[in-house]
Design a protein around this ligand. Structure first.
Ligand code: SF4
Ligand code: SF4
Length: 325
């Protein structure tokens, strides 16, 4: 997020604090759980959730804009798999001041590049060099991700990468930074969750504590040495380091939320706490958003979420890191 956008967020956030208001500034929206990949640590595509119709997506987008949304972050599954993705993005773009971020595995970016006009940030998953990335995400995934990044660059979108740290790719994080540098892009690093995404089975590839500790220490050293390209702030990396993370208040339900493919409103993608969601179509936005109360969860693993939560808790390292772009 650049300086002007962060200034807007800071102003809007001050309004939330001063007026004691809850405003959905940052919206994570899983448009679908269908996916064209089959990553080792994910079973989201097996969920078979009923999806919102195009018209429902349009109406919700209008409501979000009215309620003060500054950024809509489209995610999945693979959001580009939706046949109406071009129309959805066009509608979001027509709202002007709402920033659009797209989280994707990259494979469909080249094919659907005409649908992506107006997307501000294209965030592509990249876990390591070809052999490692494909071992985690399936044959051909690495080339798909890089082709996607090249197409996004040609289209003048800002490219960002996210690397999920597992035991398999932990020794290759510097390699990810080198690939990202080729695209003049930054990388968010985040540990894989202990359960498989989308179900409660154990993720056998989640990093062991010592491997994660070593990986985060390496990223902290690289950052200290001035190596460019690590999107996490120093505070964000320390938060992810085993044994170091300090408790911070979750911004979800205050300035952020997540919408599920069927319109359920939840805190984030984590599924390991009991919570009865309300649905934005059935119950309306106000009811569904205010159903998110203060949550006691303090252990984020998502790199970008950690930064948002740190900024929400006035952490200077996270705030200045964002201002540096
Ligand atoms: S992690 Fe993302 S790209 Fe991989 S299978 Fe799950 S939704 Fe698809
Ligand atoms: S993992 Fe916990 S702290 Fe992070 S966004 Fe979700 S609920 Fe909030």
């Amino acid at each position: 997020m650049n300086t002007i956008k962060w200034s807007r967020l800071a102003l809007a956030y001050s309004k939330c604090v001063l007026l004691k208001k809850r405003i959905p500034l940052i919206v994570g929206w899983a448009l679908t759980y269908r996916c064209n990949s089959n990553c080792l640590y994910c079973s989201l595509s097996k969920k078979g959730v009923k999806e919102l119709t195009t018209d429902e997506v349009f109406k919700i987008t209008d409501t979000l804009k009215k309620k003060g949304a500054l950024r809509i972050s489209l995610t999945g599954g693979e959001p580009l798999i939706r046949e109406d993705i071009g129309r959805i993005i066009e509608h979001m773009r027509s709202l002007g001041s709402v920033e659009i971020k797209l989280n994707t595995n990259g494979k469909l970016v080249k094919k659907k590049i005409d649908d992506l006009a107006g997307v501000n940030i294209i965030n592509i998953s990249l876990d390591g060099p070809e052999k490692i990335h494909d071992a985690l995400r399936g044959a051909g995934s690495f080339n798909g991700a890089l082709e996607g990044a090249e197409a996004a660059k040609r289209n003048d979108a800002e490219v960002l990468f996210t690397a999920v740290i597992t035991d398999i790719n932990a020794p290759y994080l510097e390699h990810v930074l080198k690939i990202a540098a080729h695209f003049d892009a930054k990388v968010f690093f985040q540990p894989a969750t202990s359960n498989v995404l989308g179900d409660k089975t154990v993720n056998k590839n989640a990093p062991r504590e010592d491997a994660l500790d070593k990986a985060i220490s390496q990223l902290l050293s690289l950052k200290k040495a001035g190596v460019d390209g690590i999107a996490n702030s120093r505070a964000g990396l320390l938060y992810l380091k085993p044994g170091e993370g300090k408790e911070i208040r979750c911004a979800s339900g205050h300035i952020s939320l997540r919408i599920e493919p069927n319109g359920d409103v939840i805190y984030c993608s984590r599924e390991d706490f009991p919570f009865k969601a309300l649905n934005i179509v059935r119950d309306g936005f106000d009811k569904a958003f205010s159903n998110l109360g203060d949550i006691s969860c303090r252990r984020c693993l998502c790199g970008a979420r950690v930064e948002l939560n740190l900024a929400y808790n006035h952490n200077l390292s996270a705030i200045t890191n964002q201002f540096r772009g």
